[in-house]
Design a protein around this ligand. Structure first.
Ligand code: UGA
Length: 457
């Protein structure tokens, strides 16, 4: 996926058809970004979301989450008169292409995905669908979901396609407008071909650089979950190597570099550390395992339970490293936590490894002070028992140990000399292997990192 700067003007759009409109049903992360991107591509878009706060905020050009560039793109779309938001599905009546973008969280107390938002959005759409309309499912769903919905859409004269989304938080706009690929699962026959052509026209210039992969529903659904399963596996693989490096005296960062030079392996997603979190990878691999079990293929994916277990152990291990460093005198120890978001450039704290570690140390009696450039408010709502600071310096004041848990650029670029003046002890656990540890150790810090030998003092 491209990460370069986006042009601010509209891309050269090939409009769907004069007067045709696009609806985006579900305006959470995926939908809000997709709606803004579709306007950028020259379309007229109505975003539908029943949540009053969310639709009202979006209508003011304010996304309910932090995503670089999104608010500006929403405001440009609103100002163009080609973007609006509504709570009422009836306002999607004029659209010919409807993108289904609702969430599929992990079901309560189960590994499966909760599809209730998908089914209720489809029920809503069925009320307003016209013959010839195309519904493009973008939500991440268990394989077989599209086939179960297709007949309902066809009964109204519409066609369902499945068009999974691969955007990353923090890079959502470039990933949507300049993706690595566009995948679309279509039914056999002329309706499928017509729907494919409509979708291709909607993506217009996006397809100048991204291949369009046309396939069946099942493959399209599987591409998404298989991609997330592969990425999760890559992360857990390098984290398992970090454990090996610690015991054998190797260096996981150098190992990842050397592995990454092999173009069959690649360096990306080999960043060893605290492991993966967020609203996608953890729940998607679980839902994938669950679905495999339903299909009678649970053994095919048992390796994913180990991927999950390795990942969960990263958090416990990080807590254990801190305890050991504090000679197991955690009670009353002051711990500065840099980062609460599940990754940098996001205010998302869903299944955040950073917050999990902060909470666990608090439970063990540490005095934990957390700071995060964007996720502080969300973290404070979820974990009010922790203390919060406005800056790394404030969080680190009198700290016995500093933990880098989310590698925000602000933290990676901290001046170790300056920070060293406010802490009680110069000890930093770089749980993301992101700091320049030579610079930190030269400034008098003891530096510990997963999968590497400790340096300093
Ligand atoms: C992920 C996928 O990367 C997207 O392609 C997909 O569209 C999205 O899920 C989704 O299903 O909606 P995202 O959750 O935004 O995107 O975040 P990632 O960039 O994949 O990072 C996930 C987690 O892995 C983060 O906690 C990150 O810190 C961690 N990570 C990532 C590592 O620990 N090591 C790495 O080398 C890379």
């Amino acid at each position: 996926m491209s990460t370069g700067p986006l042009s601010t003007g509209p891309l050269h759009a090939r409009p769907l058809q004069a007067g045709s409109r696009v609806s985006v049903v579900g305006c959470g992360y995926l939908g809000a970004v997709h709606a803004a991107a579709m306007v950028q591509l020259g379309h007229t878009v109505v975003g539908i979301d029943p949540d009053l706060d969310r639709s009202a905020g979006l209508a003011r050009g304010e996304a309910p989450f932090y995503e670089p560039g999104l608010d500006a793109m929403l405001r440009a779309g609103l100002a163009s008169g080609r973007l609006c938001f509504s709570r009422d599905i009836a306002d999607a009546r004029d659209a010919t292409l409807h993108f289904l973008c609702v969430g599929t969280p992990q079901a309560q107390g189960r590994l499966a995905a909760d599809l209730s938002f998908v089914h209720s959005a489809v029920d809503d759409l069925l009320r307003i669908l016209k013959p010839g309309d195309v519904v493009a499912g973008k939500s991440t769903v268990p394989v077989g979901t599209a086939a179960g919905i297709a007949d309902q859409v066809a009964a109204r004269g519409g066609t369902l396609v499945w068009n999974p989304e691969f955007l990353r938080e923090g890079f959502a706009l470039p990933d949507t407008l300049r993706p690595d690929r566009v995948v679309v699962g279509v039914p056999d026959g002329p309706d499928g071909e017509r729907a494919r052509d409509l979708l291709a026209a909607a993506y217009g210039p996006v397809l100048d650089t991204a291949p369009l992969i046309v396939t069946d529903y099942a493959t399209a659904e599987l591409v998404k979950v298989a991609a997330n399963a592969f990425l999760a596996t890559k992360i857990s693989f390098i984290n398992a190597m970090a454990d090996l490096c610690e015991l054998a005296g190797g260096d996981v960062v150098q190992l990842a570099e050397a592995l990454g030079h092999d173009s069959r392996i690649g360096r990306r997603f080999l960043q060893a550390g605290l492991g993966f979190g967020g609203g996608c990878l953890p729940k998607d691999i679980r839902a994938f395992m669950h679905r495999a079990g339903e299909l009678g293929a649970d053994q095919a994916l048992t390796f994913l339970s180990e991927v999950d277990a390795i990942n969960t152990r990263r958090r416990l291990k990080t807590v254990a490293m801190v305890e050991e460093w504090l000679d197991h005198r955690v009670l009353g120890a002051r711990v500065a936590v840099l980062g609460a978001a599940f990754k940098p450039d996001s205010d998302d704290i869903r299944d955040s490894p950073a917050l999990a570690v902060a909470e666990a140390l608090h439970l063990r009696g540490a005095e934990v002070v957390v700071t995060d450039p964007r996720a502080r408010a969300n973290a404070q709502r979820r974990s009010p028992q922790l203390r919060y600071a406005d800056s790394a310096e404030e969080a680190a004041t009198d700290a016995d140990v500093v933990l880098l848990l989310t590698e925000w650029r602000d933290f990676v670029e901290l001046d170790p000399e300056v920070l060293g003046k406010v802490t009680a002890r110069q000890r930093v656990l770089d749980a993301r292997n992101a700091l320049d540890r030579d610079a930190w150790s030269a400034a008098g810090w003891e530096v510990r990192c997963p999968g590497r030998a400790p340096v300093g003092a």
